[in-house]
Design a binder for this molecule. Sequence first.
Ligand code: CMX
Length: 442
Amino acid sequence: MDILKQKFQAKAFALFKANKDMLKEHGDLAIDKVSIRQMFGGMRGMKSMVWETSELDAYEGIRFRGYSIRQLRKALPKAEGCKEPLPEGLFWLMLVGDIPTDREVKWLSEEWKKRSSVPDHTFKMLDSLPATTHPMTQFSAAILSMQTESVFAKRYAEGISKQDYWDAYYEDTMNLVACLPRVAAYIYRRTYFNNEHIAPNPDLDWGANFAHMLGVSDNPDFMSLMRLYLTIHADHEGGNASAHTTHLVGSTLSDPYYSLSGGMNALAGPLHGLANQEVIKWILNMVEDLGTDTPTSDQITDYINKTLAEGKVIPGYGHAVLRQPDPRYMAQRVFAEDYISDDPIVKIVWKLFDIVPPLLQDLGKVKNPWPNVDAHSGALLMHYGLKDFSFYTVLFGVSRAMGVLASGVWSRALGMPLERPKSLTSLAIKNFIEKETTATKE
Ligand code: CMX
């Protein structure tokens, strides 16, 4: 058994037992009641899942195993000469709850290299799709096509014991995460670079190798950006659409390939991960419409008002949980301040930070007027030459896979059952209200 798996097994067995005891003694305690507003309102704030790898606070933002992004940028191991953390370190932390040593991260990097061979039929399948197919469709289909390699599916068919589900899930998770940069880079190069591919570089870590295979920049800062990007997008607790979808599909004991492909389909929506492409598209349209990449505040204000008047959202702003500027936005801003503060698109992104929130607040209905993670990422990518914004959500997906799959291993280790919440019809809710209000009158 490898070192990470051993560590996981020890932690998971202990938590499985502790949870069992807790359920026996306190299983009937209710944490929250569900309101009718929550039922009609997309289940906001409804506490109904267990998710070990991260937790989101509306004001402080995301914490991975208790660590904020700012803390992680200091604490996680780094590649030589790079200020940003290695995403491998975050995966380790999410899986076992400890900050890894340099040696442990090196081991994980090497392990993913060994596991990174993509089946030939996945490349053939991708080549059979029109090059105009959206990169997220290609990504989801590619993940699903690799399901032929699932260790979990194979062992399940052979009659694996429940106690060993996590073990097979771990194997699939490691294999899948290892392959994703290659798959994503293949999609990028076939879609935008005439199928001219760049071979992986075995001397590079997971994130840097991904940057290398994309082939848009020789600048080592782009590798640093990619490591940061892949770290901060990895997890956002369990209730967001891509995490929740992955979790739900996994609860049927579909293997990680099916689960992640499902999660990526959720990420592909414009209210979720696709917002990163929408942001830059919207900014570029504004620059084109106004005929300048140095618009004044008044010009930007008019453009925002026009967008709102057309019944559209301002992409990259607002959040279902957060009520402050997203620390993932702030981390990218710090990076931009350090490396590329003169970039005109970056300057527009910063101007929007000042102009958008009061305008959204004036609408009187937006609960969070602040920027989310997607408001900044495109400007950074554009700067380093990654201008094909339809690809941006795939980058998000490569990172998100780490969090949702690590959580999947935990779900299997903790014996999480099939997810099956109860639904009601509108009539049943109306009848319930009538019954309740009559009872209180009496
Ligand atoms: N621009 C304009 N209107 C907005 C808005 C925005 N950025 N954010 C919220 N609103 C509107 C909603 O559309 C809603 O309007 P209606 O009542 O007319 O339907 C109202 O304000 C209340 O919404 P809310 O409770 O504040 O926000 P929700 O929890 O319903 O939705 C989100 C959250 C992210 C879908 C929404 O803020 C939005 O559409 N933002 C723009 C898209 C975006 O950036 N998505 C990425 C989120 C991060 C991620 O998952 O990657």
